[in-house]
Design a protein around this ligand. Structure first.
Ligand code: SAM
Length: 246
């Protein structure tokens, strides 16, 4: 389904390899120098620029799709292969392999804080659909939420909330059995984890990727005092923690 959506737009890009969406999500094909995108595109790559703010690079050959923010051009926010969401590398693969080998982890009601273009929710649906009732995804970035709904949403079990993760967890009345936290680390403080504690089941399993600088300033043991740390590992500069409810 996603592939069809993307292919439709790639076909439209007759004049070159750039698709531009303006603030009303109208499509045009501008000259290359109209874009701020800092890298040269590979032979099979097409780029979609969303208001020169978010870039989605799609490789027609491999089906790899990557999402960059103009503000952080060196950091891939989210990436996966559209022909197989589980063909990941790095921390998302590490998290996936753990769930795959742990049949006791419940995925009935899932919460993803930090949507990107939906690597994690789409992977969960592709691989564990039968176990899932709902996946609530929260992201602060409005354009990303629209992009996801337009191109990348694979299931009506996935619900998108365009708000700050810290506000969502403070206000929600829902209870989750699985939580994936994938937002900048300065947001994940003691108050944040206290609120997480309030919205999880006794058997909840939590995966955290603490991205961004400042990681050396936080003390995970203190932050996670109320949880059992199952595992903690650094993968490609991503600090991964697996937690269970105490
Ligand atoms: C590394 S990406 C997440 C990738 C994603 N988990 C996936 O499955 O592909 C980090 C995301 O966090 C979002 N973000 C940053 N600060 C946030 C906040 N305070 N609340 C919610 N989302 C936030 C960014 O917009 C970005 O999409």
């Amino acid at each position: 389904m996603i592939l069809d959506n993307i292919k439709r737009f790639v076909k439209l890009a007759k004049k070159g390899n750039i698709i531009y969406f303006d603030t009303n999500y109208k499509i045009s094909f501008p000259d290359e120098d109209y874009l701020n995108y800092p890298y040269e595109l590979g032979e099979n790559e097409v780029i979609m620029s969303f208001q020169n703010n978010i870039y989605i690079v799609y490789d027609k050959e491999t089906t790899l799709v990557e999402c960059f923010f103009d503000m952080e051009p060196d950091y891939v926010q989210s990436e996966y292969y559209l022909n197989d969401f589980s063909k990941n590398t790095g921390y998302t693969d590490y998290c996936y392999q753990y769930i795959k080998s742990s049949p006791n982890i419940l995925l009935t009601n899932c919460l993803i804080l930090g949507l990107g273009i939906g690597n994690i929710p789409n992977l969960l649906i592709q691989k564990f659909n039968d176990k899932i009732n709902i996946i609530d995804c929260v992201d602060i970035n409005k354009i990303l939420c629209v992009i996801y709904k337009l191109f990348f949403n694979v299931s009506n079990k996935i619900k998108i909330y365009n708000e700050k993760a810290e506000d969502f967890i403070e206000n929600t009345k829902k209870i989750y059995d699985y939580v994936f936290i994938d937002i900048p680390c300065f947001i994940v403080n003691k108050k944040f984890m206290d609120n997480i504690k309030k919205i999880i089941t006794k058997k909840c399993f939590i995966q955290i990727n603490l991205i961004g600088s400042g990681i050396e300033d936080i003390v995970p043991e203190e932050l996670f005092n109320d949880f059992t740390i199952i595992e903690s590992k650094i993968i490609d500069e991503n600090n991964i923690f697996f937690l269970a409810n105490k």
